[in-house]
Design a protein around this ligand. Structure first.
Ligand SMILES: Cc1cc2nc3c(=O)[nH]c(=O)nc-3n(C[C@H](O)[C@H](O)[C@H](O)COP(=O)(O)OP(=O)(O)OC[C@H]3O[C@@H](n4cnc5c(N)ncnc54)[C@H](O)[C@@H]3O)c2cc1C
Length: 177
């Protein structure tokens, strides 16, 4: 198909995932943000999507950046692990830290698309006013602050677990878990 032959494309939307992490499985990027994930959910009736590709609306142009923020956060929390049990804690911390932000941006993207196609917006100036400074939430976010908070959360979770999960890690792969 040539570009000039494309007459329509589908914008798909799905409900938020209730979690990005379960035990030692963790989703990031589009697979996490776009809704249908570890806990499979039904469709939002905004459009039909009969395949299994995760999707969210494209109106903020922020998906790749969010995937990169996810990667940064995952390296941050996984860098704090020293036992297999820590991996579960790291993934739970990742979920607590990243899910609210990414799902808020998915909502903001949907709302941006709705603003774009609203019939009651008269002219570019009014559209600009209605869109406001929403992209500040994407671009000016304090990612380093999130990293610091996530590390604090992870350390407090690990502190609370001390004694409940005694793990002996021995050198040369002879640890018992
Ligand atoms: C037309 C378009 C324009 C966009 N513009 C922007 C933009 O301007 N700014 C922005 O920030 N974002 C933009 N995005 C969104 C951005 O591309 C995505 O959010 C981003 O690519 C998500 O990265 P990801 O690594 O999570 O997933 P992907 O980039 O989709 O990577 C997933 C990879 O997994 C592979 N894969 C799938 N299944 C399997 C399997 N079973 N085994 C092995 N590999 C597998 C796929 O082939 C793919 O390479 C745009 C998207 C589209 C479609």
């Amino acid at each position: 198909m040539k570009p000039h032959q494309i007459q329509a494309f589908a914008v798909q939307d799905q409900p938020h995932a209730p979690t990005f992490a379960k035990s030692r499985v963790c989703l990031m990027g589009d697979a996490a943000h776009a809704g249908r994930s570890i806990a499979r959910t039904s469709h939002v009736p905004i459009s039909s999507n009969n395949n299994n590709n995760p999707t969210a609306t494209p109106w903020l142009g922020a998906g790749a950046g969010q995937a990169l923020e996810d990667a940064l956060m995952l390296t941050t929390v996984l860098g704090e692990t020293s036992t297999p049990h820590d991996i579960t804690t790291a993934f739970r911390t990742f979920d607590s830290s990243r899910r609210p932000r990414t799902q808020k941006l998915v909502d903001l993207s949907r709302e941006t698309g709705e603003t774009f196609r609203r019939a009651d917006v008269n002219g570019i100036e009014e559209l600009r006013e209605k869109l406001g400074s929403r992209w500040d939430q994407v671009w000016l976010h304090d990612v380093e602050g999130d990293q610091k908070k996530a590390l604090e959360l992870m350390r407090s979770m690990r502190g609370g677990q001390k004694g409940r999960h005694s793990v002996v890690v021995r050198p040369h792969g002879q640890g018992s878990y």
